[in-house]
Structure formats: C-alpha cells, structure tokens
Design a binder for this molecule. Structure first.
Ligand code: C2E
Ligand code: CA
Ligand code: CA
Length: 630
C-alpha cells in the first residue's frame, strides 16, 4: 500500500483514550471478546485500540503484516463492510490469522480520512458463530461516523499545521532572498558611490598628474575672492615641457609633474595646485609677504631639480610669476597678472618674479600667443554669443537682435571683437568662428520664433566667409537642420566684405536673398563707395554706423548725413537701422527722421540668450513694454 500523507498524523492520547472507552462499551454491549480500531500503513495492520474485555487476544500495538487474508485488510481494500458469521464454515476465511486466534466471527467497517485515504477499521470479533444483528451493525456504524468525525478534525488541524509550516518556510526563504537582495543593493550602492567619487575626481582633476583642473582651481579662487581671503597666486611655467614631451612622451612629462607635485606638498602643505595646460601650473598659497621670496626660492629649486625616469635623469626648467590677491581684483585680472609676470620672469632670465604692479596690467602678449589661445577656444567651445535687441522706436517692441561673438579668456580677459575678428580673418580661423556664430544663432532663434514668429536674428558675416563657395549651401543646411524659416535670419555684411570679389559676393547674396534671408549692409557710411553698392546688391536693410550717431546732437554735418542716408534708403525701399543710440536726444532725432529700428545701449546692451528670451517672453505676455537690460 502506498504511503499516504495521513499516515504520519499522530492521534492524540486523549482521543485514543476516548476510543478505548468506546470499544469497551461496544464489546460489552455486543457481548463479544474483542472490539478493535485497527490502523493500516503501507506494510502492516496495527491493533491501534483494543477493548479490555475478557478473552480478547488482540494486544494494542501488535502489527500483522499485510497480504495474509486479514478480515480488516479486506474491509480496507474493498472500502466496504464485512460480516463473517463463521470462518470455520467459510473456505475463504477458515485459514485467516484471525480464525487461528479463534476469532471466527467478524463484523467490521472501514475508517477513512477526509481525503479518502484509509485509516483502518472499527470492528467486532467473536469466538463463536455470530451474525451480528442489525442493532450491532448500526451501533458499529455510529462509532465509525464518530471516529471519522474526529479524524476529520485531526486532518484539518494537520493541514493547518502544514500550511503554517509551509508559510514559515516561505517567509524564511523570502527573508533569505531579501537579505541577499539587500546585500547586493548595498554592494551596488558602494560601487556606484565609488564610481561617482571617481567621476567627481575626474571632473575636478587632471587625471595624469592629480593636479586640480582649471575649472576646479578657478572655483577655488572665486571662493577665496568672494570671501575676501588674501592669497598669493603663483603661475609656474615649465619652459622645457614641449622638449620633454617630444623626446620622452607626454606620459613621462606627466610623471615628472606628479613627482614635482609630491615635492611641492612637502614644502607648502596649505597650497592648492592646478594644472592650467600642458606646460603651466598654478599654485594658490597663503604666505606672508616676507616669507614669499623664500617659498619661491624653494619652489624654483624643486622646479630645476632632477627627476628620475627609468634610471634616466631629466631636469625641469621652471619660471615662477607671483601676484598677491588685492581687493577688487577679479579672478581674470589676477590670472592675467600672474601670467604676465611669469612671461616677464622668463624674458629677464630670472627664476621667479613677484609682481609689484597694480592690477590690471597691460597685456604684452604676442599675436602668436593669442592665436594659440583662440585655436584652443574654438576647439574647446569657449566662445559664446550675446544678443543685442533691435527695437522699434515707436512701440518699443523688440523686433529682432544682433548676435555678437564673445570670448572671455582666463589670462587675457575679454577680447575685443575687432581684434578677434581681424586675427581670425588673417589666420583662417574665421571659418570656424563664423560657423560657430551661425550655428548657435540659428539654433537659438529656432526656439524664440516658436513664441515670436516674426523675430529676426542678425548674424555678422566676414568678407572671408563670403568667398566660401559652399556658404549658401551651408546656410541652407543649417536652416533645415534647425527648422528655422529663412525670414527669421538676417546676415550683416560690411563693404569690405563686398570689395574682395564682387561677382561672387553678388551671386552669393542674391541666392541668399532669394531664399528669403534678409541682407543688411552694416557700418553704412564708413566705406567710400557706399551708395554704389546699394544699387548693385540685393540689400533689404541698411545699418547706419554708430560714428554718425555719436555727435548727432551737436554736429549739424552728421545730422545732415544721417538725414540723407535715411532718405536714400527710403527711396530704395530699404529698412533703416540705426546703431549706437545711447541717449534720448539721439533717439528723438533719428525717430523723427523715420528710422525703422534702433539698436543701442539706450535700450539694451548685448545680453545673454536667457535674458533675451525673458524679455521676449514678457513682451508677448504683456503687450508693448519698454525693457532695459543694462
Ligand atoms: P558691429 O557689427 O558694428 O556690432 C555692433 C557693435 O557695437 C557691437 O560691438 C555692440 O556691442 C556695439 N554697440 C551696440 N550698441 C552700442 C552703443 O549704444 N554704444 C556703444 N559704445 N557700442 C554699441 P562688439 O560686440 O564689440 O562687436 C564689434 C564688432 O565685431 C561688430 O561690429 C562686428 O563687426 C564684429 N563681430 C561681432 N560678432 C561677430 C561675428 O560673429 N562674426 C563676424 N564676422 N564679426 C563679428
Ligand atoms: Ca553688425
Ligand atoms: Ca556696425
């Protein structure tokens, strides 16, 4: 017989006692020697409870193996009542083990668990012939039901217990799983934190040498300046850095700088060091005026000392320029001064120089150096645009703006556009500068026109750009890329841009004009053949130069020239823009003459794209305002 799960259910002592009492009563009533509850397992039939009546041969706990023709096994197997009145007269039962105990009469009923697996039997046995009348059969049936009811309760209890255990196991398993997840999560958080720290380190440091990078160093300087803390800024230039890098490679030079840095920290533990570029580092120290020369002396000693690389000795050659922080000196001014001092130091052949000049000092930089910086700025995206609003003098609404290039250099400060553009035109960087200005302006304007559909941004175009045979195609691609309608773009060209190659310039500007881009003649009046150009080229706008406006209040010649220019422009149906208007008198004069647009500090200086957007947004939300961003 297959082992069922119910076979492991234990019958409590209290119930066993009940069954025992019940069997005693049953045997007594039926006047038989044995009343039994039998329990079956896969191999045996066990006397589970046995009445304590006289002549009962069955002993509690006795087990008889199955398959030897036991009455009870038959009852369980057939799941049915069995009555044997006299086994001695019945060939089927006369050799059964029960008959050999002299129990020749039998009446038994099966007992089942609620899941229909067998428990055993309840039965009466007699040592003489017995047909077990209906009354006893009924009595036995009642006992069977009562026992099965108790089995049912035990079964449910056992199920509950099993479920409870399963639940406990599940909870333990889940707890284990949660613990594993927690550990994994903690590991992940740790490794992420480590990665973040690494990123943070990379963000602030020159990875090859461990020096702070310029951004982090400038941030530190700004903090000191903003909290009025005194410090000394030392600019250390390694004159032979290029040579070392060429002969031994960049990584070796980085290694030398790392060694240099560790020597540095031994002599000034309060310093902050940063690497400016491949040959220059900056040091911020908090040293007294008296002690500074001694410190610089030490620094130059380690700056000239020998460093070892694979048994080879390499010397660094350093120059040091120092400057004390001063009230009101900006970071840019301090950097510029330290830089100039180190250049001076090198020119004079000294090892260190402390600046005693007042800030800011005039730059003595060669064009060659500025060129180098400009190249870096273009490649590093250090340039940006500012935007000067173009205003309708009658409604004061911002109708458009002019995009103007800006470049703030840490050493050189703000560089004037005139110097910048001329330089870039000479060395060919104007293509990159021009493309940068065009792309940034087109991208920016494509956002503004979503709110202000008629807003026009003007971009300055250099003579060199106009010579580029792919210029029209390039602009077309930009407009498509940023989805900007051509009518929202204006190009400002100067007469100098037109002289170079007239035929090409006319062709290029005509194509652009036909695309719907507005063409403006900039700085009108400053060239010498201005009026002729107005007929030849497809201009839409004329910009009267600031130099005519500067003295317009007091100079009647300028007044006459401006009036004449406005008149001619009107006759040629050109829009007139006046630039450089700084006061109300100038505004009154030119608006009386009927100019269309005014651009000047009176309304706003060139401002950031965010500020321009803010002004535009306010203008469209409250009607016709009069904004000033000064
Ligand atoms: P511009 O095209 O004549 O630009 C107007 C210049 O006058 C701007 O100087 C502007 O800031 C200044 N300005 C405007 N209103 C006033 C005013 O009321 N008072 C005074 N004092 N100045 C005023 P900025 O930005 O220095 O530009 C100088 C020149 O650099 C520009 O002269 C333009 O020729 C050139 N430039 C600027 N950006 C670019 C560019 O992206 N590409 C090219 N090729 N040239 C550019
Ligand atoms: Ca311009
Ligand atoms: Ca101009």
């Amino acid at each position: 017989m297959q082992k069922s799960l119910t076979s492991s259910i234990i019958i409590p002592e209290k119930i066993q006692q009940d069954w025992q009492n019940m069997l005693n009563v049953l045997a007594d009533l039926a006047k038989v020697p044995a009343a039994l509850v039998m329990r079956i397992d896969e191999d045996n039939m066990e006397v589970f409870s046995s009445s304590s009546s006289n002549g009962n041969p069955y002993i509690e706990g006795h087990k008889e193996p199955l398959n030897q023709n036991l009455y009870c096994e038959h009852v369980v197997k057939h799941r049915h009542q069995l009555i044997v009145p006299n086994a001695l007269k019945d060939s089927k039962w006369k050799d059964s083990p029960d008959a050999s105990l002299n129990m020749i009469a039998y009446c038994g009923l099966p007992l089942f668990w609620p899941d229909n697996t067998p428990f055993g039997t309840v039965c009466l046995l007699d040592n003489k012939e017995n047909t077990f009348s209906q009354t006893y059969q009924q009595l036995l049936k009642t006992y069977q039901q009562s026992i099965e009811a108790q089995l049912s309760i035990l079964f449910q209890h056992s199920e509950l217990l099993k479920n409870h255990q399963r639940l406990q196991q599940e909870i333990a398993k889940n707890n284990k799983h949660i613990n594993e997840i927690n550990t994994k999560l903690a590991n992940e958080i740790d490794s992420r934190r480590a990665a973040e720290q690494k990123v943070e380190y990379h963000k602030n440091h020159d990875v090859g040498t461990g020096f702070l990078n310029p951004i982090a160093l400038y941030r530190h300087m700004d903090k000191l300046i903003n909290t009025n803390q005194q410090f000394v800024l030392l600019h250390i230039h390694f004159a032979n850095s290029r040579k070392i890098q060429q002969e031994h490679g960049h990584s070796v030079f980085d290694l030398l700088l790392t060694q240099y840095r560790s020597k540095l920290t031994k002599i000034t533990d309060t310093s902050v060091t940063g690497r400016l570029d491949s040959s220059d580092i900056l040091l911020i120290v908090h040293a007294d005026k008296e002690k500074l020369p001694q410190l610089c002396h030490h620094l130059s000693e380690i700056g000239q000392a020998s460093f070892s690389n694979n048994n080879e000795t390499i010397h660094l050659q350093s120059y040091i320029g120092g400057v004390h922080s001063k009230d009101d000196a900006s970071r840019t001014e301090l950097l510029q001064c330290a830089y100039n001092t180190v250049v001076e130091c090198q020119n004079l052949g000294k090892t260190f120089t402390i600046s005693d000049r007042s800030l800011p000092i005039k730059s003595t930089l060669s064009e060659h150096r500025i060129e180098g910086y400009l190249l870096e700025a273009v490649r590093n995206n250090d340039l940006f645009l500012s935007y000067q609003p173009k205003v309708c003098p009658y409604t004061k609404r911002w109708l458009g703006c002019e995009a103007l290039l800006r470049w703030d250099h840490p050493h050189l400060g703000s560089i004037s556009n005139d110097v910048l553009i001329q330089l870039a035109e000479r060395n060919g960087l104007i293509y990159e500068l021009g493309n940068f200005a065009l792309r940034s302006a087109v991208q920016q304007t494509s956002e503004w026109v979503l709110h202000s559909p008629s807003f026009v941004t003007a971009v300055n175009i250099s003579a060199v750009q106009l010579k580029d045979p792919y210029f029209v195609q390039h602009i077309q691609q930009l407009l498509e890329l940023y989805n900007l309608p051509a009518k929202n773009l204006e190009l400002e060209v100067t007469e100098s841009g037109l002289i170079a190659d007239e035929a090409l310039a006319i062709d290029t500007l005509t194509q652009l004009h036909q695309m719907g881009i507005s063409i403006a003649l900039d700085d009108f009046g400053t060239g010498y053949a201005s009026f002729q150009y107005l007929k030849k080229y497809p201009f839409d706008t004329l910009k009267i130069d600031k130099s005519f406006i500067d003295n317009i209040e007091h100079n009647s010649a300028d007044q006459n020239i401006v009036c004449a220019m406005i008149n001619i422009a009107k006759k040629l149906q050109l829009k007139v823009v006046v630039e450089g208007v700084e006061n109300m008198n100038q505004e009154r004069f030119v608006s009386r003459e009927g100019v269309d647009i005014i651009q000047g500090y009176l309304y706003s200086k060139p401002i950031t794209s965010d500020k321009l957007e803010e002004g535009l947004f306010n203008q469209s939300s409250i009607g016709s305002p009069y904004f000033q961003f000064m």
